[in-house]
Write a protein that binds this ligand. Structure first.
Ligand code: MSP
Length: 509
């Protein structure tokens, strides 16, 4: 059985789930559901990143201990993802004891490999990013992401000999062109690795400055740098389930991240793995950023989109549909109310929703929901409809493999649109006026039910709630539920009973 391991970034607990994190979750949840539906052995990990200055500061501001604070916020993240029906297999917290132990093991391995040294260092640190910046990376002396002035920090610390692995990583990326996708981000990392000043990575913080972290196994005066701690979650989260789980899934790991954290994942992490003597992950999949009505999302602008509110307003599936259909993986996207309304009314209500309600209501009106025989031999127009759905099935596979989730949806909705045209062209409502034509009406509806069945099966990963409802309306027996490869015409024996129509997507004003 093929396997895959899908991860999300683990979220800092100084904020709430928002459009950005929800996007990462919806992409990864779609991938996990997709592979599960195709019988792959799938492990899907998410969680929270709870150490570091930023969290310690947020806890202090909230007037509680870091432990109390992180317990509370981590639980609220988890609850939010549960409310959004995100099907993660394990939720990791960097404050979990097994994670802490594994980070210390990992550090010991890197230390034993001779890749850690002690040195004095001064540099410009951005707490928002939790990393040092070189003067060249700053814009007008400010962090390009947070637009805040970094703090000058000078102290003695431990360093990881990242530069030792620079060449080897460069060769690995060149030999494995799909290690980092899409290509633009691969090239960005290659650029970082070709930079002679990449240097080493400061991996500790003195406890005198920051106590909220994992203690270094070789010096109790220090805690480990938050990124060093956080990245290791991808391995500790598997190890926690046992060596067998680790052995099975680590070699097929696919990370999904936003472009803001490309350097830690594309440079720090693989060199850390090399030093610890672990195999590298298989893919790093990098997505773009969302703006809202053309602007950066921020609390101060008051334009933050909450997934929980979207669920209330338009439903989870419509939210998923919009994010997945409206963005191209790897590119930035813009959340516009107008586009949301158009996509919802155009694709969900008019295209898919109408197809469902027209098909099921005619099936009910003319045959009390009972499936009728096909026309034999099948007229060309019936064959063309079957072919449109077969094409959608094939395209979905190619597109998901290439992370083109928008195009996968486009293919499915192109087929349902063909089905709507098929209704117009065959005009069953006109034929039904002549009793002699009723066998043809029955055959047309049988074809439409097959189309709905394939669409529902292809939509399982993307619109889980809708496809569930639809497969229930079709009364599709459980053993055929997942099988989108079931040949056309085999899903509903003549005499099979389907349910009455329902409005899946009430139109938005
Ligand atoms: N804790 C680190 C990740 C450690 S992974 C070992 C972190 N956390 S975060 O909470 O700040 O952000 C996590 C992710 O949220 C980003 O990588 C990105 O995937 C997503 N996004 C945050 N804002 C976003 C948008 N506006 N648009 C799209 N995704 C964005 O970084």
């Amino acid at each position: 059985m093929p396997q895959t391991y899908i991860t999300t970034p683990i979220y800092y607990v100084n904020g709430d789930p928002h459009l950005g994190s929800a996007y990462t979750m919806i992409i990864t949840d779609t991938l996990a559901r997709y592979y599960r539906a195709r019988g792959w052995d799938t492990f899907y990990l998410t969680g929270t990143d709870e150490h570091g200055n930023k969290i310690a500061e947020a806890a202090a501001q909230a007037g509680v201990s870091p432990k109390e604070f992180t317990d509370r916020v981590s639980a609220s993240f988890r609850a939010a993802w549960d409310t959004c029906d995100i099907t993660y297999d394990h939720f990791i917290r960097t404050t979990d004891p097994y994670h802490i132990r594994y980070v210390q093991d990992f550090l010991t391995r890197v230390h034993d490999a001779g890749d850690i040294y002690f040195d004095r260092y001064g540099g410009l640190y951005c707490v928002g990013c939790e990393r040092f910046y070189t003067p060249k990376e700053l814009r007008d002396g400010k962090c390009p992401d947070h637009l805040t002035e970094p703090t000058l920090i000078e102290e003695e610390n431990y360093f990881f000999r990242m530069s030792k692995y620079q060449e080897r990583l460069l060769r690995h990326i060149e030999a494995n062109p799909d290690f980092i996708r899409p290509e633009g981000f691969k090239n960005e990392v290659i650029g970082m690795l070709r930079d002679e000043n990449l240097g080493d990575l400061c991996i500790s913080r003195p406890k005198s400055r920051l106590a909220w972290g994992i203690e270094l196994p070789f010096d109790q005066r220090y805690v480990t740098y938050v990124w060093f701690d956080a990245l290791i979650n991808y391995v500790s989260g598997l190890k926690y389930k046992g060596e067998e789980t680790y052995e099975k899934f680590w070699p097929v790991a696919q990370h999904v991240i936003g472009k803001d954290i490309l350097k830690p994942h594309g440079v720090f992490w693989p060199t850390m793995l090399m030093s610890a003597g672990l195999p590298l992950y298989k893919h790093l999949n990098v997505h773009g950023f969302w703006t809202v009505e053309g602007q950066k999302m921020s609390k101060s602008l008051g334009n933050v989109i909450s997934p929980l509110e979207m669920k209330e307003k338009i439903g989870l599936d419509a939210f998923r549909y919009f994010l997945l259909r409206e963005s191209v993986f790897g590119q930035d996207a813009d959340f516009r109310q107008e586009n949301l309304t158009n996509r919802y009314n155009g694709d969900l209500a008019n295209n898919l929703g109408n197809l469902v309600s027209r098909t099921l209501s005619m099936q009910d009106r003319y045959f009390k929901g009972v499936v009728q025989p096909f026309s034999t031999p099948a007229p060309e127009i019936d064959q063309r409809l079957a072919a449109a759905f077969a094409q959608a099935s094939n395209e979905v596979e190619t597109h998901v493999t290439n992370l083109a989730l928008n195009r996968a949806l486009e293919s499915i909705f192109r087929a349902t649109n063909e089905a709507n045209k098929y209704i117009t062209d065959t005009a069953p409502f006109t034929l039904a006026k002549d009793p002699a034509q009723m066998p043809r009406v029955g055959a047309v509806l049988h074809n439409l039910l097959e189309g709905l069945r394939v669409a529902a099966q292809l939509l399982i990963p993307f619109l889980p709630e809708t496809s569930n409802k639809l497969l229930t309306l079709l009364n599709l027996p459980q053993e055929r539920w997942n099988n989108y490869r079931l040949p056309w015409g085999r899903a509903f024996p003549v005499g099979h009973q389907v349910q009455k129509s329902q409005v899946l997507f009430p139109r938005l004003q």
